[in-house]
Design a protein around this ligand. Structure first.
Ligand SMILES: [Zn+2]
Length: 310
């Protein structure tokens, strides 16, 4: 169903102002239940880098599979989704990056591979999706800021739709300081590609209130296909212990506990610190179970034939 944009966002604003349910009331209520979930944890957002690039994201921490697994063990994390970011105009380099991710996941079955393409590569990007799908890669990372593309570029919509046709999830970096319209552009993209499951990383970073509110309102519309997830990487570690910690817990409730994923953003974030930050948010045990494990299992592991430790 086509809905006029001015009408949709006009209605959203009206709803946010008018509906009592949209006021920032902590979903935890007056008493915060103890965080009792102690089962397996899946990290839905970790980067791997290889060779000379190993420390490109953190000068102190090599983004190698060995270092990631060491930190997963230290934190008590069972599995992690590992990703690369495709360069522009270099399909051969993109394939090489993706092959390294696939190989790392073959060597370490606790790692779940997430590939990448560059939307500007056109037909070559679509061919790479086919190649990834044949190798059981079920997810794709796109980073508008690092890869230098605009989320509203039609080439991005093409890649996102084609990924959905191959049953691939698309994870977008969720914050750019250089595109003030990005949360809205990501929401619009999700509406225009209803057949693709999309994860917005970092809950939109410092814009997490705006993003959570938009998703909350979207979920009330009958036509919305509920194809959005968010991950807490960076944002929980950054804001969890700040005065905005309770607001982040509220935002998780607005997005919906069934749509929030734990992530570390290794090597930028530390898996143990990220996990402690999420556990300290005061979420109830069932929400914590969903966020730390079940949502990522259902999204990334359902129907997967690759070996899984649990
Ligand atoms: Zn990241």
């Amino acid at each position: 169903m086509k809905v006029g944009w001015s009408l949709v966002f006009g209605f959203m604003v009206a709803l946010v102002i008018a509906a009592p349910g949209c006021r920032p009331v902590c979903p935890c209520g007056e008493k915060v239940k103890p965080a009792t979930y102690s089962g397996p944890v899946i990290d839905a957002h970790a980067h791997l880098l290889f060779g000379d690039e190993e420390k490109a994201l953190n000068v102190d921490v090599p983004a190698s599979p060995a270092e990631l697994i060491r930190r997963m063990d230290a934190a008590g994390i069972a599995q992690a989704v590992v990703m690369c970011i495709a360069p522009a105009g270099d399909p051969a380099g993109t394939a090489e990056h993706n092959d390294r991710i696939v190989e790392a996941a073959r060597l370490h079955p606790r790692l779940i591979p997430m590939g990448s393409v560059h939307p500007a590569d056109g037909a070559a990007a679509i061919s790479e999706l086919d190649r990834l799908a044949k190798q059981e890669v079920r997810a794709l990372k796109l980073h508008p800021n690092t890869q230098g593309f605009d989320v509203s570029d039609p080439a991005v919509l093409t890649v996102v739709r084609e990924a959905g046709l191959r049953n691939m999830i698309v994870l977008f970096d969720g914050y750019s300081p250089f595109d003030a319209n990005q949360p809205g552009k990501l929401i619009k993209l999700a509406m225009e590609a209803p057949g693709t499951r999309i994860v917005i990383a970092h809950v939109g970073g410092p814009r997490f209130v705006e993003l959570a509110t938009l998703i909350h309102v979207l979920r009330s519309y009958a036509w919305y296909r509920n194809n959005l997830w968010v991950d807490l990487s960076f944002t929980a570690e950054q804001f969890g212990a700040s005065p905005l910690g309770p607001t982040l817990a509220w935002a998780i409730g607005q997005v919906g506990a069934d749509r929030v994923l734990f992530g570390s953003d290794f090597p930028i974030g530390d898996p143990d610190k990220a996990l402690r930050a999420v556990r300290a948010l005061g979420l109830d045990a069932s929400t914590l179970r969903a966020v730390l494990h079940d949502n990522a299992r259902d999204l990334f592991l359902a129907g997967r034939t690759a070996p899984s430790p649990h």
